[in-house]
Design a protein around this ligand. Structure first.
Ligand SMILES: O=P(O)(O)OC[C@H]1O[C@H](OP(=O)(O)OP(=O)(O)O)[C@H](O)[C@@H]1O
Ligand SMILES: NC(=O)CC[C@H](N)C(=O)O
Ligand SMILES: [Mg+2]
Length: 501
C-alpha cells in the first residue's frame, strides 16, 4: 500500500504534489518521489525518507511544470533501496514515468517476456519497473509519433491482459498527459477529482479522496475495476473501461487499517465502516459474555480509536484514552524489520496508569498481525495495574499472507497462523481475546449505504481473488521476503542509482 498522485494543472504542480504526498504519508514511510514535466523535459527527485525529508527547497524549485506524478513507498517487492523509490522512468517511447501501488503476482513471467520478447531492460527488482516496461512496450507497438487517448487506453488494456495482481497506477507520458488505471479486481484504491481555477479546470488522480479534499479538489469518483482515466496536457479528461471481465473485489484491509478514516473509498466512508466494525464487535462480545465485567474500553492509538469509541457506546461502558501516542513516531506496522517495529511500539505509546489501576480493561485494536503491538501493550496495561486485561480486534484473525501490496509475505510471521484464538490469547498474554467474525467485517464495510458484496479478504480466509496463487508461489515469496531475508539485503541498500541525481 503505497500512495500515488498525479496532477494536470494550469500552473506549476510541484507544491500540490508535495502537499498531496504528505496527506498520503500514512500509506508509505520508506521513500518518496515526484516527477514533473515542462516543455518536454522531466524533473525527478526521489529518495528514501519521509516526504518532508526528501524534498528540500532546492529540489522543489527545480520541479517545474504543469503536470506531474508522485509516490510514497512502503516496499512490498524488491528491496527498500533508494534505487527502487518511485516514480520509475523509461525513455522510450515518449519518456514515461510511473508510480504504482500494489503488487504483481506474475512478475517472473513478465520479466522474462520483457527481456526475451519485448527486448527491454529492467534494472531493479521492483515489480513496478516491470509494470512500467509492459505499459511502455504496449504503447510503443502502437507506433504513433503522437499518441492519442485511444493508444493510451489500448496499452492499458494490454497491461490488463499481461499483468496479474493488485495495481493502482499513475503514469505520465511526457508532453501528452497522465493516465491512471486500476486492476480488473480493483484491489487497490484510486480516485480522481477536479478543481476550478481562473485559468481553467485542474485534475487530480490519487490513492485516497482525502488527498483531493485537502487540496481543494472535489471528488468525481473512484475508478471502476479495469477502468482508466486519461487527462491530456491541455486538460481534457477521458475515461474508458479497459478490461473485458472486471469484477469488484477491493481490499477490505484498506478499511480496517491502511486508509485514513476521513477518506471515501469505493463510495464507502472509512470512518463509518470503522464505527460499524465497533458496533458488530460489541454485539459479539454481548453474545459471548452477556455478563461481562468490563470496566473500561481503551483504544490502541491511532487506527483503532474509531471502532473502539463505538464499541464502548454500544456496550454502555466508559471509553478512556489510556494510551498516549507520541505524534512524532510513524506507523509501526509498515516499518521495515521486526527490530524497528518492536522498539517503536514502546517509544510511541505510553500508559496513563490511573486509567488502568484495579480495572478490568478491554483493549481494542483494529487488527493483530504479527502481534508486535498487542504483546507489549498488554504488558504495559498490566504494569499500569490493570486487574484483568481483555483484548479485542476489529478485524478477524490474520492467518494468511498478502500478495497484493501489503507486506505480509510470510505466514509464519503472522501470530494467528495455524493457531486458535485461545492459543493466540495465551501468546499475547490476554485474559480474554475476541476477534471480529469475517461476515460481520464484510457487512460493516459493504453493508452501509453503498453496497459492496465482494472483497479481497485473503489475509483472513486464504482466498486469492486473482486465482493464480498456489502453495509454490506462497513458499517462494515467503523465502524471498521474510524478515530475515529482507534484513540481509539492507547492508547493500546504498547502491549506485541510475535514476537519482
Ligand atoms: O500485530 P502487529 O504486527 O503489531 O500489527 C497490528 C498493529 O499495527 C498497526 O498499528 P500502527 O502502529 O502501524 O499504526 P496506527 O498508529 O495507525 O495504529 C495496527 O493498527 C495495529 O495496531
Ligand atoms: N506498497 C506498495 O504498493 C508497493 C509498490 C511496489 N510493489 C513496491 O514495492 O515498490
Ligand atoms: Mg495501530
Amino acid at each position: 500500500m503505497c500512495g500515488i498522485v498525479g496532477i494536470v494543472g494550469k500552473s506549476n504542480v510541484n507544491q500540490a504534489l508535495y502537499d498531496a504526498l504528505t496527506v498520503l504519508q500514512h500509506r508509505g514511510q520508506d521513500a518518496a518521489g515526484i516527477v514533473t514535466s515542462d516543455s518536454g523535459k522531466l524533473f525527478l527527485r526521489k529518495d528514501n525518507g519521509l516526504v518532508r525529508d526528501v524534498f528540500q527547497q532546492r529540489h522543489m524549485q527545480r520541479l517545474v511544470g504543469n503536470m506531474g506524478i508522485g509516490h510514497v513507498r512502503y516496499p512490498t517487492a524488491g528491496s527498500s533501496s533508494s534505487a527502487e523509490a518511485q516514480p520509475f522512468y523509461v525513455n522510450s517511447p515518449y519518456g514515461i514515468t510511473l508510480a504504482h501501488n500494489g503488487n504483481l503476482t506474475n512478475v517472473d513471467q513478465l520479466t522474462k517476456e520483457i527481456y526475451e520478447s519485448d527486448l527491454r531492460h529492467v534494472n531493479t527488482n521492483s515489480d513496478s519497473e516491470v509494470l512500467l516496461n509492459v505499459f511502455a512496450h504496449e504503447l510503443a507497438v502502437r507506433g504513433k509519433l503522437q499518441p492519442t487517448e485511444e493508444d493510451v487506453f489500448a496499452a492499458v488494456a494490454k497491461v490488463h491482459e499481461r499483468c496479474v495482481g493488485g495495481y493502482a497506477v499513475v503514469a505520465m507520458v511526457t508532453g501528452y498527459g497522465i493516465v491512471g488505471f486500476r486492476d480488473p479486481h480493483a484491489i487497490r484504491p484510486i480516485v480522481f477529482g477536479q478543481r476550478h481555477t481562473d485559468q481553467g479546470v485542474e485534475y487530480m488522480i490519487a490513492s485516497e479522496s482525502v488527498a483531493l479534499d485537502v487540496l481543494g479538489f472535489s471528488l468525481i469518483r473512484d475508478l471502476a475495476p479495469g477502468e482508466a482515466v486519461y487527462i491530456t496536457a491541455d486538460g481534457k479528461l477521458h475515461t474508458r473501461q479497459c478490461a473485458p471481465n472486471p469484477r469488484y473485489a477491493p481490499c477490505i484491509f484498506e478499511h480496517v487499517y491502511l486508509a485514513r478514516s476521513d477518506s471515501l473509498m469505493d463510495g464507502v466512508s472509512v470512518y463509518k465502516a470503522r464505527l460499524r466494525m465497533g458496533e458488530k464487535l460489541a454485539d459479539k462480545i454481548l453474545r459471548e459474555r452477556p455478563e461481562h465485567d468490563i470496566d473500561v474500553v481503551i483504544p490502541i492509538p491511532d487506527t483503532s480509536r474509531t471502532a473502539a469509541l463505538e464499541l464502548a457506546n454500544r456496550l454502555g461502558v466508559k471509553f478512556r484514552e489510556g494510551f498516549v501516542k507520541n505524534r512524532y513516531i510513524g506507523r509501526t506496522f509498515i516499518m521495515p524489520g521486526q527490530a524497528a517495529r518492536k522498539k517503536s511500539v514502546r517509544q510511541k505509546l505510553n500508559a496513563i496508569d490511573l486509567e488502568f489501576r484495579g480495572k478490568n480493561v478491554m483493549l481494542v485494536d483494529d487488527s493483530i498481525v504479527r502481534g508486535t503491538t498487542c504483546k507489549q501493550i498488554i504488558q504495559m496495561a498490566r504494569e499500569a495495574g490493570a486487574k484483568n486485561v481483555y483484548f479485542c480486534s476489529a478485524a478477524p484473525a490474520v492467518r494468511y499472507p498478502n500478495v497484493y501490496g501489503i507486506d505480509m509475505p510470510s505466514a509464519h510471521e503472522l501470530i494467528a497462523h495455524n493457531r486458535s484464538t485461545e492459543e493466540v490469547a495465551e501468546l499475547i498474554g490476554a485474559d480474554w481475546l475476541i476477534y471480529q467474525d469475517l461476515p460481520d467485517l464484510i457487512d460493516a464495510v459493504g453493508g452501509g449505504k453503498v453496497k459492496i458484496e465482494n472483497f479481497d479478504c485473503a489475509v483472513f480466509d486464504g482466498k486469492y481473488v486473482t486465482g493464480d496463487i498456489d502453495d509454490v508461489y506462497l513458499h517462494k515469496i515467503e523465502q524471498a521476503r521474510n524478515d530475515l531475508s529482507k534484513s540481509k539485503g539492507v547492508a547493500g541498500s546504498a547502491i549506485i542509482d541510475l535514476y537519482n541525481n
